[in-house]
Design a protein around this ligand. Structure first.
Ligand code: AMP
Length: 181
């Protein structure tokens, strides 16, 4: 359980940037969490405590901010890390999944052997924020297509005024620390 004090330390370290990357969007800037040693350590200690008994095999992180939290957690838990990348960045054979954006689509990929061709590897997916859930949904699909199991998806922030979290919950349990109404 996260104490109210620790919640406040994490929540107060995240900065709102209005109208970025375009008008009407409030961008949740986590760089001010990362350069605050107390906030970053509080967050990672909380996630370590929460997930240490999940019997996980891998942490998968979403490009790009999910890499920071995912890789930090992987080393704390003594686990391997798998990057879910934007299309065209991974050098070996990949599987990919498209998802729709407001206009057009985007695509994420993992290496076909990311989980070393094991079956039923227990994977925690992590990213900084869930908005529409399109990216995370595609990432969970990739994890499952590769024969692994997405045990839970974890986000620092969920935008609760969008239905991304409730859609993703149809696929796997979802945990977030901060909810934005
Ligand atoms: P979505 O696929 O709509 O759930 O978008 C999630 C991805 O977009 C995550 O990788 C976030 O880092 C990023 N993102 C979307 N909206 C925001 C926001 N308001 N502030 C910061 N990052 C965002």
């Amino acid at each position: 359980m996260l104490s109210k004090n620790d919640y406040e330390i994490i929540n107060n370290s995240i900065r709102d940037i209005k109208d970025f990357p375009k008008e009407g969007i409030v961008f949740k800037d986590i760089t001010t969490l990362l350069n605050d040693a107390t906030a970053y350590t509080t967050l990672m200690n909380h996630l370590e405590e929460k997930y240490k008994d999940y019997n996980l095999d891998y942490i998968a992180g979403i490009d790009a901010r999910g890499f920071i939290f995912g890789a930090s957690l992987a080393t704390k838990l003594g686990l391997g890390f798998v990057p879910v990348r934007k299309k065209g960045k991974l050098p070996s054979t990949t599987i990919s999944e498209k998802y729709t954006l407001e206009y057009g689509f985007d695509e994420v990929e993992i290496h076909i052997d990311a989980f070393k061709n094991t079956t039923d590897a227990r994977v925690l997916l992590i990213d900084d924020l869930i908005a529409t859930g399109g990216t995370a949904n595609a990432a969970v699909t990739l994890i499952e297509k590769s024969g692994a199991k997405c045990v839970e998806s974890c986000f620092i922030i969920a935008l609760d005024f969008l239905d991304g979290k409730s859609k993703l919950e149809q696929k796997c349990p979802v945990y977030n620390i901060i909810g934005v109404d």
